[in-house]
Design a protein around this ligand. Structure first.
Ligand code: KG4
Ligand code: ZN
Length: 351
């Protein structure tokens, strides 16, 4: 059965066609980066309008690239949480319209579950990804940073072990990039500059060094960078900028991996999956491989295009539910919050 996936939770308008075995027939992603770049972050109202303008062309192009028609599709999976309400609504309304017009079953998918299962996606002709449950997953994106024990593909089989108390890792990359005058999104830019820098020349505070928990915190590190810039004057496009990027990235990566491998040991798991946009980070991928070798753990990291937002992961996360006859047509609601159970209290807000 072919699943049509739709993703509009943040600043990517994406539609994909994925086979029951996770093979991607098409995966079209329209990025809104250009619209938001000059504001240094995602502007919700702009995001909704941009999704409205692009959802139909992106949908058409996904069918065209796969060489398929809507009649070939067996069901629709659409992101319904978490995300920007106006943005989520565009995708969900599109899915409702298509489902109603063609009498296709429809399921809502949690974006985070999509990221966690993206590891099972594969290109046509590629063998299936050999990965058994349970595994530990580190999900690091622009909006979320958390560790999960993943027992299976269903929501109830995924449990959070710890998450960030404040900023997400991607958010920290983006905010620090803005602070030091780099573009948006900051993650890929800092990643590139960090490669030419020496982390040891600018020591920054290691987040929550003395805590033995599975929680993260990045806002202190961000303040530390701001203080360093205040004390050391404006940065030019020089070696100091690269050293600062290297030091910041080093601390984020070490903070993520020390807790991740603490969780691996605590849970007695042998496999680690990296997921989310920040999993595209070269430093994180390299250090994760080194940690894994030391701990005798297997690390599986999807290719960068499957780590950042896409609709193929949403189609995949919905396909097994559609295959067993689930249909939420007429009762699909959107929510800005994840449907996954949370254990970490973020800031002073509600759980
Ligand atoms: O998963 P994603 O595409 O969207 C969300 O669900 O948030 O993640 C986007 C985040 C952004 O904060 C971006 O700066 C970060 O992922 N990112 C990176 C890299 N590529 C994307 N962060 C560090 N290094 C990268 N190479
Ligand atoms: Zn995402």
């Amino acid at each position: 059965m072919l699943t049509l996936g739709i993703e509009t939770s943040c600043d990517e308008t994406a539609v994909a066609l994925v086979d029951a075995d996770g093979t991607i027939l098409s995966d079209v992603v329209h990025s809104q980066v250009q619209s938001h770049a000059r504001y240094g972050g995602v502007v919700p109202e702009l995001a909704s309008r941009d999704h409205l303008q692009n959802i139909v062309p992106v949908y058409r192009s996904a069918l065209e690239r796969a060489g398929k028609r809507l009649e070939d599709v067996g069901g629709i999976a659409v992101t319904c949480s978490p995300g920007l309400s106006g943005a989520l609504l565009v995708g969900v309304q599109m899915a409702r319209g298509l489902g109603w017009a063609s009498r296709l079953p429809l399921v809502g998918v949690d974006h985070l579950v999509g990221h966690l299962l993206a590891v099972f996606l594969r290109a046509p002709g590629q063998p299936p990804v050999e990965l058994e449950f349970p595994f530990l997953a580190l999900l690091v994106s622009g909006g979320h940073t958390a560790l999960y024990r993943v027992e299976g593909r269903d929501l109830a089989q995924i449990s959070e072990l710890g998450a960030t108390r404040d900023d997400a890792a991607g958010e920290a990359f983006d905010k620090v990039a803005k602070l030091i005058g780099l573009g948006y999104p900051g993650g890929p830019i800092i990643d590139r500059l960090a490669r030419e820098g020496d982390a040891s020349t600018i020591p920054l505070a290691m987040p929550m060094r003395r805590q033995a928990s599975l929680e993260f915190s990045f806002s202190g590190l961000k303040t530390n960078v701001a203080r360093w810039v205040e004390a050391n004057g404006p940065l030019a496009d020089d070696q100091r900028l690269r050293d600062l990027c290297a030091s910041f990235q080093h601390n984020v990566v070490e903070s993520l991996l020390s807790r991740t491998f603490r969780a691996v040991r605590r849970e007695g798991l042998r496999t680690l999956v990296l997921a989310g946009g920040v999993a595209a980070n070269r430093g994180l991928r390299q250090r994760a491989a080194a940690y894994a070798e030391r701990h005798g753990v297997r690390v599986v990291v999807p290719p960068p295009a499957h780590c950042t937002d896409n609709a193929a992961m949403i189609a995949l996360a919905g396909s097994h539910r559609l295959a067993r006859g689930e249909d939420q047509s007429g009762q699909l609601e959107i929510s800005p919050h994840t449907a996954l159970m949370r254990v970490t209290r973020k800031g002073a807000g509600p759980r």
